[in-house]
Design a protein around this ligand. Sequence first.
Ligand code: HEC
Length: 191
Amino acid sequence: MTRKSILFFGILATFLIAMFGMTILPKLFVDEHVKAPEYFTPFEITEGHRIFVREGCIYCHSKQVRPEGFGADVERGWGRGSEATDYRNLLPHNLGTMRTGPDLANIGARQPSADWHYLNLFQPRALNEQSIMPAYPWLFEVVPVDARPGRSGIQLPPEFQIEGKKVLPRDEARYLVTYLLSLDQQITGVD
Ligand code: HEC
């Protein structure tokens, strides 16, 4: 074999191995795992997902749990290892890479209270004084207490209450929280 052909076959082998490992193998693996039928995703959830993307939550929160043996995610209580089916319906998949905050792949199961999520979005410092998570007040409206009878505002601790006012989640906040509550591996998984 001439030096040129060694070089040629070396480059070809590198290319084929990379293609096998990075495209063919994952495809076989994913096909084997995506056996569940498509399910209908309600408007509130797709809309909430859109707001999750718009507000950039993914810059601080990943949405992928590493399986056991690949880090401490499962021991942290973030859920089981993520499966392909967890992502089958919503685009972009938003797996995320940053973990300034905890992983949210199973947050709907870990924190099922909508009231808690509203408070965390309106003012994270009301739940954790040292929180570095930004507040999202534009997802809420502040109205006089006697406005919109029948709708009670979100539960704010005394030091965050605004005199004579109540805080109501806008539709955007409701959709976002519906989406967060849908991030439950029991719902998205196949088992
Ligand atoms: C600058 C980074 C940052 C951004 C952007 C951010 N968060 Fe957070 N988030 C955090 C951190 C850090 C925590 C951990 C607790 C704390 O400090 O409040 C957290 C906690 C949470 C929790 C509770 C997680 C748990 O396991 O208890 C939820 C839910 C959450 N964030 C949702 C969101 C949503 C939804 C958005 C977008 C609207 C968002 N976050 C944007 C940093 C961020």
